[in-house]
Design a protein around this ligand. Sequence first.
Ligand SMILES: NC(=O)c1ccc[n+]([C@@H]2O[C@H](COP(=O)([O-])OP(=O)(O)OC[C@H]3O[C@@H](n4cnc5c(N)ncnc54)[C@H](O)[C@@H]3O)[C@@H](O)[C@H]2O)c1
Length: 253
Amino acid sequence: MTTRAMITGAGSGLGRATALALAERGCTLALIDIDATATNTVAAECGAPTTVIIQDLTAEAGPETAVERAIAALGGLDLVVNNAGYGAGEDFFAMRGATWDRTLDLNLKAVALICAAAGRHMRAQRSGRIVNVTSPASRMALPNYLAYAASKAGVDAVTRAAAVALAPYGVTVNAVAPGMMDTPMQRITEQQLAALEGRNDFEVFLAERTRRIPLGRRTDCETVARTVVWLALDAPDYITAERLNASGGLDKD
Ligand SMILES: NC(=O)c1ccc[n+]([C@@H]2O[C@H](COP(=O)([O-])OP(=O)(O)OC[C@H]3O[C@@H](n4cnc5c(N)ncnc54)[C@H](O)[C@@H]3O)[C@@H](O)[C@H]2O)c1
């Protein structure tokens, strides 16, 4: 039977690449995003059968509504990819509550609530897989990127807890920590971080950051999507509570 999958943040970057890769593998998809134009374009690229669900995951009951709408559209749910994310570079000494709220609402609270809502369905079905997108940042000391790093440390905690909660029902929960991919989010964040460090030589700044990656190069959304798809469709079902490092060695803990 075809795998029925929902992907959050499917309108751009890693979410788009994951949607395309899952479509190629014959999955039936619900693409969740806040950006209707971008997501409709991705749906057209994926081809049928793909449903677009426009939903703000930070709205009251947004995460639960997204899951309900996906189950209704797909006639069930076998796979969730919690990918939507937001990050902002901000001076440690000037950090604002608004940044924390926006970051944690999307990156952490929505992921936890989607795990619970999808988990209720998968528990009853006694099967399913959840893949959460975390970041190497979850284990790094990043004073000017703290809300983001803390949100991803939270995602790691959610992954572990959800994996244990759902294990008795044959449902696995794992995470992928992607390396640097050239997406709108990454580009804006690095511009903010460069400005915070008083750097006017943006390309040099980027090259320095790239040199810090042990493999010496950045990755791309398609490569990381292959990692997500492996965990989602191909990984042995004895793997759960895992955090898979796909960061070129940046994340070594
Ligand atoms: N780009 C990188 O280098 C990198 C590295 C490590 C981890 N990540 C993680 O990968 C994931 C994808 O990041 P990306 O770089 O592809 O980002 P992106 O900005 O390209 O895409 C994010 C998508 O999320 C959607 N979105 C934003 N707010 C939303 C909301 N409130 N409700 C629903 N959808 C919303 C956006 O419309 C967009 O389509 C994120 O979790 C990010 O933290 C990215």
